[in-house]
Design a protein around this ligand. Sequence first.
Ligand code: ATP
Length: 369
Amino acid sequence: MAKVILKNICKSYSNGFNAVKNVNIDIQDKEFVVLVGPSGCGKSTTLRMIAGLEEISDGELYIGENLVNDVDPKDRDIAMVFQNYALYPHLTVYENMAFALKLRKLPKDEIDKKVRDAAKILDLDQLLDRKPKALSGGQRQRVALGRAIVRNPKVFLMDEPLSNLDAKLRTSMRTEITKLHKSLGTTFIYVTHDQVEAMTMADRIVVMKDGIVQQIDTPQEIYDKPNNMFVAGFIGAPQMNFINVILTEVNGEIHAKADGFDIALNKGESSSLIEKGYIGKEVVLGIRPEDIHMEDIFVENSLDSTFEATVELGELMGAEIYAYLKTGNQSITARFDGRYRVKMGDKLKLAMDKHKIHIFDKETQEAIN
Ligand code: ATP
């Protein structure tokens, strides 16, 4: 079993900077967990503490059943893959992959089997005699993964392993790593600042900001039910629209009003807002660009969530078009099917999918639900 449990984990660097603050994460055996957040949020520090490369200032770290705070990295039964691959340039692919096993003094034929098995999984069989400089970026990254696989660790740790690859290769390596996780049946902990990697690879995502965990959930939950405006804005592109609105009661219904805007909210949403005393107050309405539709194609449950907007810019992305809109003094982004060739100056009648509206407290920025 390779559960990894972080209990109240903290990191203060010697200069007094608190990089990781009271982090609690329960990672299940065989789970693929992705730590994501902007630069400096403490995700690499957290991973390096799990690896044993950084001392834990406070809290408890368990791998399997064992408390490992004071266990050497080499005795933690983990393997780490770094962003810069860290291959030995003077050794061949075979020798790079065999290196750690030789140090462990494994018999030659056992080493050979492990290296060839891993090479097969990673499609490196034809490249075993090459030196790293004769490999592409993607191939080098596969060798780095191979070096980790041969050690048969309980836990794989990966720190931005794809960030040196071009966009196309990154996409294909993403799929490779997901497949690798399935075939190895090992716990994976993966750090990235790229929300697409997090959304596509993770069983669960841990979103971090300023050393603090903001939310731990499945990609779907993180996307559909963000805990706060930070998570809502960080996950999803183009990012969620945030509009300051005043909540008022009109004939028993709760409306969200702003300049250019008057949207009747759902009953469920409304009763929770009434209960929590938000009527008459300013809150933030969040709506993702894909949840804004042309009124004529989206009528269900949206007749009272319509508004008019003027196109300031249409950005054709191929299958989709991003429309940068103005309604009253609000700037809003919508994402339409690419067949709608909207262009600057167009006046559009739009509707919000009311089921997809998020309401946040203006002060705390927490979701109100
Ligand atoms: P990135 O994506 O840029 O690598 P990150 O989320 O992985 O960012 P960390 O590398 O964990 O962030 O760093 C978290 C914070 O701790 C940063 O503000 C960083 O400047 C600080 N930090 C990292 N290492 C040290 C150190 N040795 N001494 C002091 N502060 C450090």
